[in-house]
Design a protein around this ligand. Structure first.
Ligand SMILES: Cc1cc2nc3c(=O)[nH]c(=O)nc-3n(C[C@H](O)[C@H](O)[C@H](O)COP(=O)(O)O)c2cc1C
Length: 262
């Protein structure tokens, strides 16, 4: 599968077939992890944790044997950097037929943080199970997907704009069209899809339209979503990242995050 196909076909997997990740795949994941970087240049550290050995589980996941946790220093743009790097592993895992689910809420957080060895000054925004999808989703998973409307996405005209927040973006550039579709397909917390993009020339300015109440955590989970969106966009279109606020009239509650220049 090419990158677009991986992005299109990835779905959260909460029901696994009960088989352990093979040694070969585990080795591939471990090697791949060493190569992951992000354009925010903030290092994200990954830890593979056997579920049984570490007493780890999630009330929404079944049949899993392995988790991956990520840790990042608590600093400006750390949530976006985390989102970008963690999504790289999500997509790579899927290329091996390994399913994942981003989990930021439905877990015993303290237990995961302890087993992942989170230090002072570090955060662990999310974890994911790693395993092979079961043939059928559990009733619980089906119910969850329906409740969150997990298969629905906001239409492009309400997400992508040109020069300001009122003109929908139209482009004949197939690579850009694909990159925008890749953003639409991205996973996000509670499927809120908080990303908005305003194109000005060859600059694509990413904004966060907050739609979840503050959780009290030291990081904003919707900034993790923005990192995922930027990862999808750059995985298709490339480009370079900068964080210089553009001089455009911003939507009332959209916060500037970063710009990808193609
Ligand atoms: C940052 C983040 C946190 C998430 N946290 C949870 C979670 O705690 N529990 C859960 O079951 N799913 C969680 N999800 C998965 C989303 O619900 C899911 O991505 C969304 O509904 C879209 O479905 P899809 O991934 O199948 O496309 C999270 C996703 C992201 C990106």
């Amino acid at each position: 599968m090419d990158m677009m196909e991986l992005i299109r076909t990835r779905k959260s997997v909460r029901t696994f077939d009960g088989k352990a990740v093979t040694e070969d795949n585990r080795k591939k994941l471990t090697e791949y992890i060493k190569t992951i970087t992000n354009p925010f240049e903030i290092p994200v550290e990954f830890v593979l944790l056997d579920a049984k050995g570490h007493g780890l589980s999630s009330p929404v996941i079944q049949g899993e044997h392995l988790y991956i946790a990520g840790k990042v220093p608590l600093t400006e743009h750390c949530a976006e950097a985390f989102g970008y790097s963690f999504e790289k592993i999500v997509l790579y895992a899927w290329s091996l037929g390994i399913g994942t689910t981003w989990i930021g809420g439905t877990m015993k957080r303290e237990r995961f943080e302890q087993e992942a060895g989170v230090n002072d000054g570090e955060i662990m925004p999310c974890v994911s199970p790693l395993g092979y999808p079961a043939k059928k989703r559990s009733i619980k998973e089906i119910g969850m997907r329906t409740a969150i409307k997990a298969d629905k996405r906001i239409k492009a005209d309400d997400l992508f704009f040109e020069n300001d927040f009122s003109t929908p973006l139209n482009t004949d550039d197939v690579t850009v069209q694909n990159a925008l579709e890749a953003v639409r397909f991205a996973p996000s917390a509670v499927n809120k899809q908080p990303w908005r993009i305003v194109k000005c020339g060859s600059d694509y300015h990413f904004f966060e339209k907050k739609s979840l109440p503050a959780s009290g955590a030291a990081w904003d989970v919707q900034k993790v979503d923005l990192g995922i969106a930027i990862c999808h966009f750059m995985s298709i279109a490339g480009g370079t990242l900068k964080t210089e606020k553009p001089d455009i009239a911003s939507d009332r509650d959209a916060e500037y995050i970063a710009t990808v220049t193609l």
